[in-house]
Each structure stands twice: as structure tokens, then as C-alpha cells.
Design a protein around this ligand. Structure first.
Ligand code: SR1
Ligand code: MG
Length: 415
């Protein structure tokens, strides 16, 4: 029988868990427990014992942000566990180590990352982290390539597709909250009002934008290309100056590669547009320049690693090597790679634009903007981000380089 843990009950409930005892010490009377979950869905405990610490993450049978009026199945913990094991195999060292999984209690016991902090928080504080672009670019290229028909044996990939196909309710959250709700008067929407009322009305009356959002939703729902992280925003990444770890893949499912990359880049661009709201402790010009450089480097590392894997690990059924064996046809494999990357580029721009909109207009906002106390200043940052997002979503086929995107971002930011 599922029962939610609490700070008080955790030592008794998990006191005989061998994995946890081995990690942090057997004397449960010395265990110190804190609940630190600040996400929208789950409980997260840090448990410290005499010889170490661990994280216990437990799903709740409802959406924590909203309460028990919005039930959500516990099986998301199963998908998170299986996504973490695949991510570790495909991109070693990129996720926390897993010590134990209990499907009935929907809990995962895993490595306590310390002194890591959430990337979003670091960016709000104005910290320039030197390795994030490289680490996240490699993570995305390796997990997205190696989880697809470009690399996996067809039967293994189909079995995996079937396993994750049941993550229906979390996909449903994305399908509604990201692709549809921002563009009509959905019940749970909220925005900085009344400052944004005008632009919100404009976006909801924007036929081209709404058609594009639905085309992107179609791509999201119907293109089971690879195992996605599914929620790769800056709150799903933990960092130190030298380390980067991806967490929280409970939204994992088979979808289009461009979705993870677009959501991630959107979060860098949102951070960029929010920086003016965090200037009380000094100007953020260097931070803004840094963030744009991070987008350039992330996309460049991603492309380079994806291309490398394409040339060296293309063992799946797609664009199979035997078709491109003689000298001329090796060019064919390069041509096909260009097509795949080009399509991904076009789609990721659309996903990025839509992701920016939903974080300002939908239910689930992000701290980059929410922590700007002055509402006029917050609304001005958000309005610029909305305008940028609209441009990306609607004009994505006419945009050819990330420098072009960043030029546009800088122009809008200075308005
Ligand atoms: C109701 S869940 C809202 C959002 O939180 C998660 O982190 C996902 O981003 C989801 O869209
Ligand atoms: Mg999450």
C-alpha cells in the first residue's frame, strides 16, 4: 500500500533499507531528514547519516503544485528510474547514481549531489559556469542519438518504445500545458497582469502562431524518434563550477529529438531576458553575453557530437551503413546527416518559442521571471521574451543560424 513519506516517518519506514544503510550509516537515530522538494510534482528528502547522505525522491498520487484535485499516477517514478538507467548507460556520469528503486512506494534512493545547486538558481545569481554548454551538449547528443533507430537494434528500440508508451499522463501535461493552454483562456493559466494583458490578447488572436503551436504539438505527439528526457529545463540540471548532472526525467518518452534541445535552449534565452530584473547587485551585461555564448556552444557541441556518433555508431536500421559503403555514397551519409540536423534545427526553434510562452502564460512559471519583485520590470522582461518566442515559433523555417537568433534576442532585449 502506497504511503507518502514524511520527515518524521522516513527513518522508521526506510530504516531497514540495505542500500540506504550502506550509504549513510546504520544508526537511524543519527539520521537527519529534510524535505527540500521545490518542483511541481514530488517529495524530495535529503537524508544525512553518520557516514554519508542520500536523496530519497517519492512521487505523490497527485500534482503537488495544485493538490489532490489533480491526480497523477505514481508510475511516473518507474519511468524516471528507467530513464535514469538508460541515460547513465548512454551518457556515463551525466546523472546521479541510483542506489535503490521501490516501485510500490514510487521512490528512488539516489546520490546526494553536493555542493551542486540547481542551474536555474545559479543563472539567477549571475554565475557563469564554464562547462555547462559542453556537458549538456554532449548529454543531449549521446542520449538522443543512442536511444534512437540510428543506433539501437530495431527490436530493442521497439521494446523500449513500448515500455515508455505508458507514460501517458505526463505526456498529456506537456501536450496541454505547453502546446495549447497558453493560446486560449485555459483555467489554470496566469500571467503578470494587467501589464501583459494586451500582448496576451494579441498572441491568442494570432492565427499563424496558433497553427504553428499545433503543428509543433503534432510533431511532439507523432514522432517517436528517441527516448527524450522530456523536461530538460534549467531546473532539471544541477551544477558546480566543474560538474553538471541532469535530474528528474519523469517525463521521459519516445518523441522528437528537437524537443529536448529546444526546451533547453529556451531556458537559456529566458534567463537572458530575465537578467535585467536581477540587476540590483550589479549590471548583467557580461552575464547576458555569457548566456548567448552558452547557446552557441551548446548547439555547436551537440552538432559536433551528434555528427561524430553518426559517423562512428550508426548501427541501427536508419541510414544503414551498408547503403553508403563506396566512396561516393559516403557523401550520401553526410548529406543525410545534414538533412537530419537541419530538420532538428527548424523544429527546435519552434519548441523553444512555445516553451518560452508557456512559462510566462501557462500554469507552471519559472523563477527566472517570478523572482523579479518589481511587477513592471518583470512584465517588461516577460513581454520581450514573449515577442522573441513568437518570432522563433512562426519564422523558424526562415532562420538559418544561432547567431541570427541571438542577434534578434539582443535587439529585442534592448528595445
Ligand atoms: C503540472 S506540472 C507543470 C510542469 O512542471 C514540470 O516540471 C513540467 O515542466 C511540467 O510542465
Ligand atoms: Mg521536474
Amino acid at each position: 500500500q502506497f504511503e507518502a513519506l514524511s520527515v518524521e516517518t522516513l527513518p522508521t519506514r526506510l530504516g531497514d533499507n540495505e542500500a540506504l544503510r550502506a550509504k549513510i550509516g546504520k544508526d537511524t537515530s543519527a539520521w537527519k531528514v529534510r524535505e527540500v522538494g521545490d518542483g511541481n510534482l514530488n517529495l524530495v528528502f535529503i537524508v544525512e547519516g553518520a557516514s554519508g547522505a542520500a536523496v530519497v525522491k517519492q512521487a505523490l498520487p497527485y500534482v503537488r503544485l495544485v493538490g489532490d484535485s489533480w491526480p497523477l499516477p505514481l508510475k511516473r517514478s518507474f519511468f524516471e528510474y528507467h530513464a535514469l538507467t538508460r541515460q547513465e548507460a548512454r551518457a556515463p556520469g551525466s546523472v546521479p547514481a541510483i542506489y535503490h528503486f521501490d516501485e510500490g512506494q514510487a521512490l528512488i534512493i539516489m546520490e546526494y549531489l553536493s555542493p551542486h545547486i540547481i542551474l536555474r538558481r545559479a543563472l539567477i545569481e549571475g554565475r557563469q559556469l564554464p562547462n555547462i554548454a559542453r556537458d549538456i551538449g554532449l548529454f543531449m547528443a549521446r542520449t538522443l542519438f543512442r536511444g534512437s533507430d540510428l543506433h539501437m537494434a530495431a527490436k530493442d528500440r521497439k521494446a523500449d518504445l513500448a515500455l515508455f508508451a505508458d507514460n501517458v499522463e505526463l505526456c498529456d501535461i506537456t501536450e496541454n500545458l505547453v502546446f495549447s493552454d497558453p493560446y486560449f483562456d485555459a483555467r489554470m493559466n496566469r500571467h503578470t497582469s494587467p501589464q501583459l494583458d494586451g500582448i496576451v490578447a494579441e498572441l491568442r488572436a494570432d492565427r499563424d502562431l496558433k497553427v504553428e503551436a499545433q503543428r509543433l504539438k503534432h510533431i511532439f505527439a507523432a514522432n517517436a524518434e528517441t527516448l527524450l528526457h522530456g523536461d530538460l529545463h534549467s531546473g532539471s540540471i544541477m551544477v558546480t563550477d566543474s560538474q553538471t548532472r541532469m535530474i528528474d526525467p519523469e517525463f521521459a518518452f519516445y518523441g522528437p529529438m528537437a524537443f529536448d534541445v529546444g526546451m533547453l535552449l529556451a531556458n537559456f534565452w529566458m534567463s537572458f531576458f530575465s537578467q535585467r530584473g536581477h540587476e540590483q547587485i550589479g549590471k548583467r551585461d557580461a552575464m547576458r553575453a555569457y548566456l548567448l555564448e552558452v547557446t552557441v556552444e551548446t548547439w555547436s557541441v551537440f552538432r559536433a557530437e551528434f555528427s561524430h556518433l553518426w559517423r562512428t555508431e550508426r548501427t541501427g536500421m536508419l541510414y544503414q551503413k551498408s547503403l553508403f559503403e563506396n566512396q561516393d555514397d559516403r557523401l550520401g551519409a553526410e548529406q543525410a546527416l545534414d538533412h537530419v540536423l537541419h530538420q532538428m534545427w527548424t523544429d527546435l526553434l519552434g519548441f523553444a518559442g512555445i516553451e518560452i510562452h508557456r512559462r510566462i502564460l501557462g500554469l507552471a512559471h519559472n523563477a527566472d521571471f517570478e523572482t523579479i519583485a518589481d511587477e513592471d520590470l518583470r512584465a517588461s522582461c516577460e513581454a520581450k521574451a514573449l515577442k522573441f518566442g513568437r518570432h522563433l515559433a512562426v519564422n523558424r523555417r526562415q532562420i538559418h543560424s544561432i547567431d541570427e537568433v541571438n542577434h534578434l534576442a539582443a535587439l529585442i532585449e534592448q528595445e
